[in-house]
Design a protein around this ligand. Structure first.
Ligand code: MF3
Ligand code: CO
Ligand code: CO
Length: 262
């Protein structure tokens, strides 16, 4: 079932999303060679909690942490680890959800550790722009396939990178994962018609090589994903609301879709 949210609910999600955006901003400040991925987890957990929020990935389907932290070829659901020390040239992705007063938000950013090589910088730029091209299609009257098509066209056809198929965006609120599915590939003009009040995430994962991914299992039996060919992967995710006024980015302090990203 797809629920349409009222303006009040969207406002609640916007506050939750602002706290998430601020948390990612704080994380950005500490990312440098020599820190462990565990330090990212600790900062996020503390910052969200101190500001009245709940890091809602914790407890989700047995997950134990406030953040998913993925490095280099890790695509999604990686766990923060004390022994994982970030090195110059790494790319690190931090994905988390916040629940504030019952309102859920979900966002991910990629960060360069020190200086990354040209290819990896390009990967980050392409993935970020792919997200914004997807958001640009999230308008009333369009269909879900328009979002995926715009992303796939840009990532694969225009940039020859791997557009991950197996992990997708999703409806959000009241829980983290709701209907509908939001694939990052697809056919323009196909799929569910977008209506005002829908709240969804768009979260493209892009690999430098193939789009295919493999699973790995950590010491706790938790399953996470890596690129099948070992190439670097990037991800950006926003929670957005589809409104009569265009797409509103709820996990940013700059909520209006802005052509400067294109
Ligand atoms: N935040 C992720 C998403 O974008 C979900 C993480 S699930 C967890 O959908 F269990 F790993 F936290
Ligand atoms: Co997420
Ligand atoms: Co998500």
């Amino acid at each position: 079932m797809i629920t349409l949210k009222s303006e009040r609910e969207i406002e609640g999600m916007r506050k939750s999303g602002a706290l998430l955006a601020d948390t990612l901003n704080e994380i950005k400040k500490i990312i440098k060679p020599g820190i462990s991925s565990w330090e990212i987890e600790e900062l996020a957990d503390k910052y969200i909690t101190e500001h009245g929020g709940i890091p809602s990935e914790k407890g989700f389907e047995g997950y134990k942490y406030a953040t998913c932290v993925c490095v280099n070829d890790e695509v999604a659901h990686g766990t923060p680890r004390k022994g994982l020390i970030l090195k110059n040239g790494d790319i690190v992705k931090v994905d988390m959800t916040v629940n504030l007063d019952g309102y859920e938000s979900d966002s991910c950013s990629s960060f360069a550790v020190g200086e990354v090589d040209e290819k990896t910088q390009k990967l980050m730029d392409v993935t970020k722009k792919a997200l914004y091209l997807g958001i640009d299609q999230a308008v009333v009257g369009n269909r879900i396939g328009d979002i995926g098509h715009a992303i796939q066209q840009y990532v694969e056809v225009e940039n020859g990178m791997g557009d991950v198929r197996d992990l997708i965006g999703h409806g959000i609120q009241p829980t983290m994962h709701e209907e509908p599915n939001v694939p990052h590939y697809g056919k323009a003009g196909h799929g569910l018609r977008l209506k005002p009040g829908m709240t969804v995430t768009i979260e493209p994962m892009v690999n430098l090589g193939t789009w295919e991914i493999d699973t790995k299992v950590d010491e706790d039996g938790w399953e996470y994903f890596v690129s099948a060919d070992g190439t670097n992967s990037a991800q950006y995710e926003h929670t957005i609301a589809i409104t009569n006024d265009g797409p509103k980015i709820l996990t940013s302090r700059d909520q209006n879709f802005d052509a400067k990203y294109l």
